[in-house]
Design a binder for this molecule. Sequence first.
Ligand code: ATR
Length: 293
Amino acid sequence: MSGHADLSGTTGVLGVIGYPIEHSLSPAMHNAALQKLNLDYVYVPFAVAPASLPAAIAGMRALGIRGLNVTIPHKVAVKRYLDEIDPTAEMIGAVNTICNEAGRLIGYNTDGEGFLRSLREEGKTDPQGKTVVMLGAGGAARALGFHLALSGVKRLIIANRTVNRATALCQEIAAGTGCSITATALSDVDSFLPEADILINTTSLGMYPNNNTAPPVDVGRLPTRALVYDIVYNPRETVFLQRARAAGKRVLPGLGMLVYQGAAALELWLGVAAPVDVMKEVLRRHLLAEERP
Ligand code: ATR
């Protein structure tokens, strides 16, 4: 167990609000980081039903909680209870991190930054000047799409089962960034693959417990140089990534994005560089344990 015996009258509180929350890996990841950095903070999971969200945020103020992560289903709804929204989070339309600056609550979104850091540091790939095909147009796709456009991709193609959602997201990103973006139906995405430097899955296909599903994409049509990224981290290697690897492509699982979005949050709250290797190791251990029968 973690160092609960070390809690004292000066211990600061961080946490995560969501509903349900009991499967969140963030407490394990953040407490390991706090322990490694020898910081007098604890990170606690809070199950907050939708109707209790305003009271939970009032509670954050009243209790002097320094920082919260925000997860499903509160990422959009929480915005109206905060004092300020960082411009990137405003553009994405969702908050995943709240900083309590002496009673002033500021909302951020570190998902896109987490993805880009993972891509750059683990994938050794800078999206600038690249052609990127992104599968999905939901909440995660919004965060990634804006960040990719702002980081100077040559072309972004968004493919979604519900094509209207892809079109709407493309229009929003294009208006906000001036990037060249194309929307397509997921069923028509294969024709774009020969041009792709990076292919990203942001859909929930392949995610536990639907491990045997995968986006309907012919990864064999990608060029040899292509990097395939799946933001799903449970299972650790999705069927989609297994297929891409079998086709000789470089692959990256979503664990890195989870670690780096958490690292970015920790850096916002405490102004310290997060121990990403420790965080990654803890997540790996937890996911491995979950995979055992
Ligand atoms: P998140 O916030 O995790 O992105 P979301 O907003 O519910 O979750 O988005 C889920 C994404 O996965 C969407 O792009 C969704 O496609 P639709 O917009 O057509 O619903 C995609 N998705 C989920 N299940 C899918 C399936 N069986 N086949 C294809 N796409 C699927």
